[in-house]
Design a binder for this molecule. Structure first.
Ligand code: AMP
Length: 220
């Protein structure tokens, strides 16, 4: 069982790569943002509490995130291994994750940092379209759907996320720099951090990840 974290700013390709890892490697893609958006859509108590933070591009408080993630990671399908996307996002969340894994005799295998310069992130996020039904991700310039505005996988009409307007995107990048970037040092110290250049193209990043996972599995 392989357990990895994909780390990187919004727009660095974590979601695209995590869903590739699910399709090709059988790792379950667990996205905290997708889980939260599902709660918002269903109007649950958690969704109603999280929405104002998400709309501003701020982090949702840890106490709302940790139980949600623990439940998802404890689900039967996740026992075959997972790729975490968007979690952890603070050092406190990383410590909670470590404590949880340790309590069940497990540990992370690798943390992969996708490095992408800021101007490229702004460009990508403003061109991003998502499927509200199956969460597939598209890019109007570089990864468009076969039929404009329609999801290749399930046929639903694609949407632009509310938190991908320019001011909210800028805040998300600021929040990343202040609260999530310190995780790089945290994981570097633990010897878990691997950096991949996130600008080399989806397939090349996937090939790098495959190489890395091959190594991780041999070590197990
Ligand atoms: P994402 O789709 O990962 O960019 O997440 C969208 C939004 O959900 C973020 O801007 C945060 O408001 C919230 N969010 C997602 N994951 C987390 C997390 N691990 N901790 C706190 N807030 C989160």
């Amino acid at each position: 069982m392989t357990q990895i974290v994909l780390l990187g700013p919004p727009g660095s390709g974590k979601g695209t790569q995590a869903s590739g890892l699910e399709q090709r490697w059988g790792l379950v893609h667990i996205s905290s943002g997708d889980l939260l958006r599902a709660h918002v859509k269903e109007g649950t108590h958690l969704g109603r509490r999280a929405k104002p933070y998400m709309d501003r591009g701020d982090l949702v408080p840890d106490e709302l995130i940790l139980d949600m993630m623990a439940e998802r990671m404890g689900a039967p399908d996740a026992q075959r291994g997972f790729a975490l996307d968007g979690f952890p996002r603070t050092v406190a969340q990383a410590e909670a994750l470590e404590a949880r894994l340790e309590a069940i005799g497990q540990k992370l295998d690798a943390v992969v940092y996708l490095h992408v310069p800021e101007e490229e992130l702004l460009r990508r996020l403003s061109g991003r379209r998502i499927c509200p039904s199956c969460n597939a991700i598209y890019q109007v310039d570089t990864m468009p759907p076969k039929v404009a505005g329609i999801c290749d996988q399930c046929g639903a009409a694609l949407i632009q996320r509310q938190d991908e307007q320019v001011e909210v995107v800028r805040n998300r990048l600021r929040v990343y720099a202040e609260q999530t970037a310190p995780l790089l040092e945290h994981y570097r110290r633990q010897g878990l951090l691997h950096e991949i250049d996130g600008t080399i193209g989806v397939e090349n990043v996937m090939a790098e990840l495959a190489r890395l996972l091959g190594g991780v599995r041999q070590q197990r």
